[in-house]
Design a protein around this ligand. Structure first.
Ligand code: FMN
Ligand code: SF4
Ligand code: SF4
Length: 253
């Protein structure tokens, strides 16, 4: 079983490629969360993979909340691994996941794999830069091939958190502050198609009189609404204006 969370396709693509090689079943955390399916029970001897993005150096809040609610059963001897996708700093995703697994199942994962890919944090990165996007995608593809072999061989390799505790605390605070939906605006090119609302994993957007309204005070900050909009009408602070949109071209939404 391979659990993934993905907003712009990097994790989805990685999960799909791993599944194509291992034959394991793929499960979207967004789908599981929205259908309130909190049961994670791999078959006897079946591997369990977590393919997750790094948000502010930690797990997306929706993933933490899902795992806290999840009924996690690990069978004796099952191989458990993480694939952490990130742009430039992988942070402490694997270490944070290890803490949750230890608390809920009494054991940690066997392996952590780091998959550097396109950084979809569009406030900081200009994703109209095709040279950057293409080179990051090519590099990710090559890295992923090695990771898949590692998973097939049940390699045991652990990754330590990148940030020390005080820095991690700062990152978590920054993530919480940044997750306020008041940072989103929509301009007049919006055609009211509702794709932003449909995309939102936390159901934080409602369509009101043909326009998106961020109806919850906070969200998981996946930026899926911004990246999916066919008119690029959504901004997250002024910093995203002119920075384009992204979805991994090797998979579909
Ligand atoms: C809110 C947010 C915070 C992010 N923080 C980091 C970060 O701390 N370090 C990093 O390298 N990438 C960061 N990223 C980039 C993503 O981790 C990266 O692009 C990931 O591959 C996206 O996966 P997806 O395409 O499956 O959604 C962040 C992205 C978002 C949306
Ligand atoms: S996806 Fe874009 S165009 Fe469609 S409703 Fe949302 S903001 Fe408007
Ligand atoms: S409002 Fe946008 S950024 Fe926030 S969780 Fe929904 S889709 Fe993601």
């Amino acid at each position: 079983m391979i659990l993934y969370f993905s907003s712009t396709g990097n994790c989805k693509y990685a999960a799909e490629r791993i599944a194509a090689r291992t034959g394991d079943q793929v499960m979207s955390i967004t789908d599981a969360w929205q259908s309130e399916n909190f049961s994670i029970r791999p078959e006897k001897g079946e591997s369990l993979g977590f393919v997750l993005p790094t948000y502010f150096g930690v797990l997306p809040t929706i993933v933490t909340e899902f795992l806290e609610k999840a009924e996690l059963r690990l069978t004796e001897g099952s191989y458990v691994y993480t694939v952490d996708t990130y742009g430039f700093h992988y942070g402490n995703v694997a270490a944070e996941l290890a803490k949750i697994l230890r608390r809920k199942t009494g054991r940690e994962q066997d392996a952590d794999f780091l998959l550097q890919s396109v950084d979809n944090w569009v406030p900081n990165f200009d994703l109209t830069d095709e040279t950057y996007v293409q080179s990051a995608l090519d590099k990710a593809d090559e890295l992923l091939s090695g990771i898949i072999e590692g998973i097939v061989q049940k390699k045991r390799v652990r990754v330590k958190g990148e940030w020390p505790a005080p820095m991690l605390l700062m990152m978590k605070k920054a993530y919480k502050k940044a997750s306020q939906t008041k940072n989103f605006t929509v301009n007049d090119s919006c055609v009211g198609c509702g794709q932003c609302a449909a995309q939102c994993p936390t159901r934080a957007i409602t369509m009101t009189e043909g326009r998106p309204v961020w109806s919850k005070a906070n969200c998981t900050l996946c930026l899926g609404c911004l990246h999916v909009c066919p008119k690029n009408a959504i901004a997250y602070t002024k910093a995203t204006v002119g920075h384009g949109q992204y979805y991994n071209p090797k998979t579909t939404r």
